[in-house]
Ligand binder design. Structure first.
Ligand code: NDP
Length: 238
């Protein structure tokens, strides 16, 4: 059997496509998100679906332990769970900042904390973090979202250097706009409609399957080759 892949945010959007892609390629997959039914409806073979809040270290630890007992050691952790709550910096509710910081930053650290030591000891393994083009440059109304995604870049690259001698790969994926429910959680209706207006300039976002294909490409390189970052967006996205 191929090696175990863990995907967070597997109930929707990009994470869902990643889980499907790796499963179609014969990997056992641990799917993590809060909505169990959305993961179970995929009905993937050799999979385990667990309802967890990825900011909760012990919940993630228990889920990974159960998956490893069934399928062997985690070979790849793909941290995809995230949220984007856009807002004017002088008006946005503090809870929205707090939630984004918690999920987008702490949510990539829980799984990493659990699997990294073992990967280093085994001299193999890959951690792939989904950042964003908003982790490379700033946009209006994106202050804290950008802050969290800049942090994803920094954390991934910092760890990459430190574990490179152990042959463990750390990869950042930086998509532009992708067609998923991500924007729907923003509470400011004016910002949402401005965003949708701007989006007309690129006609539509990327299909989430395209991001899954990039991740598959990076993962399928030999272990001694690390594609450190992939930036992918619609050609018309400036
Ligand atoms: P979706 O809203 O479709 O997916 C978000 C996923 O995160 C869901 O599966 C959701 O599952 C999960 N999630 C949210 N909160 C938690 C939590 N506390 N614990 C566990 N899982 C959680 O958005 P996308 O697929 O678009 O987003 C995936 C990633 O891609 C995010 O990190 C996003 O920032 C990034 N990205 C997206 C872009 C886009 O344009 N769509 C562009 C660039 C980057 P559930 O609600 O069931 O818990």
């Amino acid at each position: 059997m191929k090696k175990l892949i863990v995907v967070t945010g597997a109930s929707s959007g990009i994470g869902r496509e990643i889980a499907k892609k790796f499963s179609n390629n014969g990997h056992p997959v641990l799917l993590l998100a809060r909505r169990l039914e959305k993961m179970e409806e995929l009905n993937l073979p050799n999979s385990l679906c667990k309802s967890v809040d990825v900011t909760n270290l012990e919940m993630v630890r228990e889920a990974i332990k159960e998956a490893e007992q069934k399928f062997g050691k985690v070979d790849c952790l793909i941290n995809c769970a995230g949220m984007m709550l856009l807002g004017h910096p002088q008006e946005q509710n503090f809870d929205e900042w707090n939630d984004m910081i918690d999920l987008n930053i702490k949510g990539i650290l829980t799984g990493t904390n659990i699997v990294l030591k073992d990967m280093v000891q085994r001299n193999e393994g890959t951690i792939i973090n989904i950042s964003s083009i908003a982790g490379r440059k700033t946009f209006d109304n994106h202050a804290v979202y950008c802050g969290t995604k800049f942090a994803v870049h920094a954390i991934t690259e910092n760890i990459r250097k430190e574990v490179s001698q152990s042959n463990v790969r750390m990869i950042t994926i930086s998509p532009g706009v992708v067609e998923t429910p991500l924007l729907s959680h923003t509470t400011d209706e004016n910002i949402k409609s401005d965003y949708n207006e701007w989006k007309k300039s690129i006609e539509a976002g990327l299909e989430p399957e395209k991001i899954a294909s990039c991740i598959e490409f990076a993962y399928n390189q030999p272990q001694d080759i690390c594609i450190r970052e992939i930036v992918i967006a619609k050609t018309k996205q400036a």
